[in-house]
Design a protein around this ligand. Sequence first.
Ligand code: SAH
Length: 231
Amino acid sequence: MQEPPPQSGCHDGSEQAFAADRARLVAAIRRMTQDEDGFAPRAVSAQVLAVIGKVPRHRFVPREIRIEAYGNHPLPIGHGQTISQPYIVALMTDLLQLDKRQRVLEVGTGSGYQTAVLAELAGTVFSMEVVAPLAEMAAHTLHELGYGNVTVQAGDGAQGWPEHAPYDGILVTAAAEEVPPALLQQLRPGGRLVIPVGGRFEVQRLLRITRREAGGFEREYIEPVRFVPLV
Ligand code: SAH
């Protein structure tokens, strides 16, 4: 199956052109998980792909690089931070298995793009970002786009956000050396925590930790990833 060619050169910056970019991005993600060599990364549900096809990623990146917004790779968002690769956003979201009754905590709002993806699928999203200007910018973008079920707060998310706990899902978008105990405590029984774990110069491992209804936690290793460090 062939992917439609990228639109370099003839992108007029219209919403229509961005919508076409989004459709190409969804096709690219679907294709990369269908390689038949046995090494393809884990597939993502149709429900999450539909959300990737809907959320305007170009609104979450600096204006100068908007036309690059739909490449399947990370992009700089200022303050030394990046917006994650769309496939990784889709994968991490899918691992939470969200529905509209659920309450989610995100640690590492960044641009707010992942936050918007979560807000499409969950009931309520609480998101914490340690870099205050990023938190402010993300809150502004999310508000402009009409995401009324999201609350962004500037602060250290490694301690979680106990006021709104417990959470059905917790998503950490920066790599921790170890899983922060506060986040495990704030997980509802049956809830899931998705987090990259590993040091700055190590291969990080994307983990999904499920709090068992019967007590205790189950850990699954998903795949190797690369994230900025949790501070
Ligand atoms: N989900 C983001 C990706 C952001 S990169 C997006 O879609 O754009 C990771 C983010 O985590 C950075 O913005 C970084 O500032 C933030 N971060 C790092 N340590 C943190 C901490 N302890 N608490 C909250 N945010 C943190």
